[in-house]
Design a protein around this ligand. Structure first.
Ligand SMILES: [Zn+2]
Ligand SMILES: [Zn+2]
Length: 309
């Protein structure tokens, strides 16, 4: 007699998976598991001892999986059996990682591609959760989600990434991802500093007749960077999204001193620093986020990546 505590993912399934230390029982079809997962396919293959005995048996065969996560396996089986009514559209980040670890172990991440997509959205998560989601996207081989999650981490975190590490993340994802995150954020900060300082050389303000028109604007611009806390050294203590926001809001400076007389003063233009740097800031913002293909292949250069950056 089958105990009532068995979760009937398939009421007439031929196998009962007995999962985790508390032995949760999941009744499933071996055929569905075989189709979605190579390890299950091998397990239920011709050499499967219990399988041989199945022919002519009345009840399902039990397969103990004591080391696996029961809740994760339950969801994976529900997805593989197209039982979508039991699949939540949002899940805590740690649960997503547990599912990713189990799906990776049983080589069935492809079968979970669409379900995992909604769990991997980076919005409304704190930084530690984003690290768990990054590790999940890494295991699910979801390059788009990995880029979006790491982008959120690079933009909004100002402390060290290593502080967000935990056992679950370290066992799921290469430690090199921490280095990639630090490197990507340093590079983005350097590019930000360059874009902001470039304003000094704004070509629309230049007058080559030594009248002081260009330098009075350059001086006012530098002063305004300092006042708005956008001086390069300050960028290392601030998150990139805060810097982008300040740079977007910073008004164009008004010089306080006069420039000298100039024969060509009719050619003088008032610079529009804010408008002129917007394109560069947008371009930088769009380029942020790690490429999963590069990270997984261990390539140092994006030029040899399988996708165009
Ligand atoms: Zn001039
Ligand atoms: Zn790449």
């Amino acid at each position: 007699m089958e105990p009532s505590s068995t979760v009937k993912i398939a009421a007439d399934g031929d196998v009962i998976l007995v999962v985790g230390p508390k032995a949760m029982k999941l009744r499933v079809h071996s055929l569905f598991l075989k189709a979605a997962s190579k390890p299950f396919s091998a397990m239920f293959g011709p050499d499967w001892k219990e399988g041989d005995e199945m022919t002519g048996r009345d009840g399902p065969v039990e397969l103990p999986l004591p080391e696996d996560n029961a809740a994760a396996m339950k969801l994976i089986c529900a997805i593989i059996h197209h039982r979508n009514e039991g699949i939540p559209s949002t899940l805590p980040a740690l649960n997503v990682l547990e599912i990713a670890v189990t799906a990776d172990k049983y080589d069935c991440v492809d079968a979970l591609k669409f379900a995992s997509h909604t769990w991997l959205r980076p919005d409304e998560h704190d930084m530690s959760d984003l690290m768990l989601l990054a590790a999940s996207a890494y295991l699910f081989r979801n390059a788009q989600a990995f880029k979006e999650i790491t982008k959120a981490m690079i933009l909004t975190h100002s402390g060290p990434y290593l502080a967000l590490s935990c056992e679950e993340v370290e066992s799921a994802m290469s430690w090199k991802v921490f280095c990639h995150l630090e490197e990507a954020r340093s590079s983005a900060r350097l590019q930000l500093a360059e874009i902001l300082l470039e304003g000094v050389n704004d070509s629309t303000v230049s007058c080559c007749h030594r009248c002081g028109w260009s330098s009075k604007y350059a001086y006012a611009y530098l002063k305004s960077l300092k006042e708005q806390h956008l001086w390069p050294t300050h960028l290392y203590r601030t998150s990139i999204s805060e810097v982008l926001e300040s740079a977007e809001k910073m008004p164009d400076p008004v010089p306080t001193e006069d420039s000298g007389p100039c024969t060509y003063s009719y050619k003088h233009c008032t610079p529009e620093y804010r408008r002129n740097r917007r394109w560069s800031l947008d371009r930088l913002n769009n380029s942020i986020g790690l490429c999963l293909h590069c990270v997984r292949s261990g390539r140092a250069s994006a030029s040899s990546c399988q996708v165009t950056h």
